[in-house]
Design a protein around this ligand. Structure first.
Ligand SMILES: Cc1cc2nc3c(=O)[nH]c(=O)nc-3n(C[C@H](O)[C@H](O)[C@H](O)COP(=O)(O)O)c2cc1C
Length: 375
């Protein structure tokens, strides 16, 4: 296919798949698309292990890595503190009460010692991670939630590795191009995980026009894309490919919890919510009584990143574990980051089959478009 994304990333088809599971990344890249491993939360040692695992199995096919270096975070703490002291009582009690109402024991979930920055990278921690990433044969490194660290852009240019940035607003797109990124991932409000509030349908052409005078930067459209026809639509709007996250969660290879997979397959496109209550910044998630409670008037306002995540994650991790064991209250509460495209994810399939179906749907859509004009 003719797309600058294919040339830059060395793939036949401009579909990028984001997931935290190394098996999914290997399958995506081996099937002719481009897998990107989500590295958020991994230590440099863990990431090195994951990337070596991928290198051994991916057969030389190209893949990438995604990290999160947020532009803004609550003030950092260098000494570990107990979560008990770090988090306001109102937030802890609110979470514990939701759990209790659904029969989930909340005791001792906030007794761990943490640094505030455990969940996301600041610039100095990002440097260690970047050293690991660039010691592997990656073809792309991406950053979310802010401009990529300068060192990431410099190292990418030195080593011929494409640097991508995820953006959810036109202003951010213009800033990232000025900062020197090679690829823009333009994520609409339908997207799973962190997202802005402008739909993909509007944001993609808006960004295409805004960055046109700044050069021909390749654009990957994201947010709600699950079917090939949506990639065709995005390419018609001026994008050069798609970046997808949600659609891989229900693949056979994904390590998504089985309970979550079942809930995702059952969910419709109206069963998600964009909320600050999981991480402190807006992210789209599967609706459940957990998210409904946090969106209610009784809920305390979300804390800034990364503190809100320290309220939500310990609770949700216990909830998911119990749900897996068959606890009915925990099953109801269980939630996960996912986009509105969840309504189009209706069965559990192998990653390879998902890609073949996607390609076939893309081809059918381009044929339909080709037949639109009268002779
Ligand atoms: C479960 C899940 C976790 C995500 N985690 C990250 C992440 O760690 N870093 C990141 O840049 N994007 C993350 N995202 C967002 C994706 O990179 C992507 O922008 C988004 O999934 C695209 O929209 P879609 O889900 O509708 O395909 C995540 C998305 C999902 C669904």
């Amino acid at each position: 296919m003719k797309s600058p994304i294919c040339d830059m990333l060395g793939v036949d088809f401009p579909l990028v798949g984001f997931n935290h599971c190394r098996d999914v990344i290997v399958e995506i890249s081996k099937a002719g698309s481009f897998g990107v491993l989500g590295a958020a939360g991994l230590t440099p040692e863990q990431l090195d292990f994951e990337l070596s695992w991928i290198d051994e199995r991916v057969g030389g096919k190209p893949y990438g890595v995604d990290i999160i270096v947020p532009a803004t975070m609550a003030e950092q703490s260098t000494t570990p503190q107990s979560m008990d002291r770090l988090l306001p009582e109102a937030h802890r009690h609110f979470a514990e009460n939701i759990m209790s109402k659904f029969g989930v024991d909340p005791s001792e979930i906030y007794e761990r010692q943490v640094r505030k920055s455990d969940a996301f990278l600041d610039e100095s921690k990002a440097n260690d991670i970047l050293d690991v990433i660039f010691s592997h044969p990656v073809a792309l490194v991406a950053n979310a939630l802010g401009a990529p660290p300068r060192r990431m852009i410099e190292m990418g240019k030195e080593r011929g590795v494409a640097v991508a940035a995820l953006v959810g607003a036109k202003e951010h797109a213009v800033k990232q191009v000025a900062a020197g990124v090679d690829i823009l991932v333009v994520a609409g409000g339908e997207a799973g995980g962190h997202c802005g509030d402008v739909s993909t349908m509007v944001l993609v052409p808006e960004v295409v026009e805004a960055v046109r005078p700044m050069g021909n930067i390749p654009i990957l459209a994201a947010g709600g894309i699950v079917m090939g026809r949506q990639l065709a639509a995005c390419m018609a709007m001026g994008a050069h490919g798609a970046w997808t996250g949600s659609m891989w969660l229900t693949t056979k290879e994904a390590f998504t919890s089985e309970v979550i997979k079942e809930k995702l397959v059952e969910a419709s496109s109206r069963d998600t919510v964009r909320s600050k209550a999981r991480t402190g910044k807006y992210s789209r998630q599967l609706r459940s009584p957990w998210t409904d409670s946090w969106e209610s008037d009784a809920a305390p306002a979300a804390l800034p990143m990364p503190l809100q995540g320290l309220v939500a994650e310990p609770a949700l991790s216990r909830i998911t574990k119990l749900a897996e064991g068959g606890h009915p209250g925990a099953r109801e509460l269980a939630t996960f980051f996912v986009g509105q495209g969840v309504g189009l994810m209706n069965e559990i399939q192998t990653t390879r089959q998902v890609i073949y179906d996607f390609m076939e749907d893309f081809l059918a859509a381009t044929e339909r478009l080709g037949g639109v004009m009268a002779d």
